[in-house]
Design a protein around this ligand. Structure first.
Ligand SMILES: *[C@@H]1O[C@H](CO)[C@@H](O)[C@H](O)[C@H]1NC(C)=O
Ligand SMILES: *[C@@H]1O[C@H](CO)[C@@H](O)[C@H](O)[C@H]1NC(C)=O
Ligand SMILES: *[C@@H]1O[C@H](CO)[C@@H](O)[C@H](O)[C@H]1NC(C)=O
Length: 332
């Protein structure tokens, strides 16, 4: 079981400072936290209104791609438009055999898990030509079941979306530099349904003892002994396309990889997420739910997938449809 310590906001910041070099890798996250943007309809009570998604690109010249970019995210994936690519290798996760630890954090915009500098967690394979380093796990969710994911499949949303945000560590020193360069970022998305069972990794984050420690903005809670591979379904296919960050500055440097089998969490866990506030305790309660960007046009971009549509069932069992952890196919 993980040893966990309650961190008040100032102590969480000290922890961040102590993370040193890898803390710097999160420069993007920290820059953005201080910037003024939001999703609208949530500002009543605070007296000020932050620009909503359609205006992100208009209020800051550095965010112009949010308005004029042609490769923006999220998108709706029409499965009949997905091109089967038999040359896509399986996804590889590397943790050096160590358990993951880090800080679960209510940023006021999302639920974020920020991994500690060690161990380094890498993802490669699939469409990725470089090794990408995990920088943040972000959880987006809706106010009602069946809505809350940013991406959709065949016009259908999901109750939540887990985004694993990585930067290309072979070409760039940190997330901020990578977000501005070609092949800079890789984001793996997993969709979440509300059902009777619960994904074992998400259960660690969403159990009552943990989730109630991050009720308010800037609350943080340290977790260890996490096995990231447990987040992934036993077998799955994926769909990939070239897109952007779904938050300012909307940089078009992201290879998105959408896992095509949804995870489950319980309705109690979903409820506990909706009780998180995007404000500090001194301000009015406003749920963190609904913090996703609206769909963006796919235009002429290609969607590639590793499932053969002619044999959807038979072709989803082999080693290509498993996560390879530290070299070996992961089996449970
Ligand atoms: C990220 O890397 C760039 C270039 O390598 C550097 O100039 C910048 O200071 C770094 N940013 C942070 C937050 O460490
Ligand atoms: C992650 O990738 C980097 C660069 O490819 C490599 O040096 C490092 O050993 C990898 N880390 C693990 C835990 O495999
Ligand atoms: C999620 O729940 C549904 C319905 O209860 C079940 O059919 C499905 O196998 C579950 N998925 C996983 C990944 O456990």
């Amino acid at each position: 079981m993980g040893v966990a310590a309650r961190l008040s906001a100032p102590r969480a910041l000290v922890l961040w400072a102590a993370l040193g070099a890898a803390g710097k890798a999160r420069g993007l996250g920290r820059e953005l936290l201080t910037e003024r943007w939001g999703w609208g309809a949530k500002e009543r009570g605070s007296g000020c209104s932050l620009p909503r998604p359609p205006f992100w690109g208009l209020v800051n010249a550095a965010w112009s791609l949010c308005a004029v970019g042609k490769r923006q995210s999220p998108v709706d994936v029409e499965l009949k438009r997905v091109l089967y690519d038999p040359f896509l290798p399986p996804l590889r996760l590397s943790t050096g055999g160590e358990k993951l630890r880090g800080t679960l954090y209510n940023t006021g915009r999302h639920v974020s898990f920020l991994p500690a500098p060690r161990p380094v967690v890498n993802v490669s394979g699939g469409p990725l030509l470089y090794s990408h380093r995990l920088s943040e796990l972000r959880l987006l969710f809706g106010a009602r079941d069946g809505a809350g994911s940013e991406h959709q499949i065949n016009h259908q949303g999901f109750s939540a979306e887990v985004q694993l945000i990585h930067f290309n560590q072979e070409l760039y020193g940190n997330l901020s530099a990578a977000s501005r360069g070609p092949n800079g970022l890789a984001i793996l998305s997993l969709f979440v349904n509300v059902a009777g069972s619960s994904n074992p990794f998400l259960s660690r984050l969403l159990n009552r003892d943990t989730i109630t420690r991050i009720s308010y903005k800037n609350d943080a809670y340290f977790l260890q002994d996490l096995s990231l591979e447990l987040l992934f379904p036993e077998s799955f296919g994926f769909i990939t396309y070239q897109g952007s960050l779904s938050t300012p500055p909307c940089s078009e440097t992201v290879t998105w990889i959408l896992i095509d089998r949804a995870l489950n969490i319980t309705s109690l866990q979903m409820h506990s997420l909706r009780l998180l506030s995007q404000n500090p305790p001194s301000q009015i309660f406003q749920s963190l739910s609904g913090n996703g960007r609206p769909l963006q046009p796919l235009a002429h971009r290609a969607l590639r997938g590793n499932r053969d549509p002619r044999h959807p069932e038979r072709r989803c069992r082999g080693p290509n449809y498993r996560l390879h952890v530290d070299g070996a196919p992961h089996g449970r």
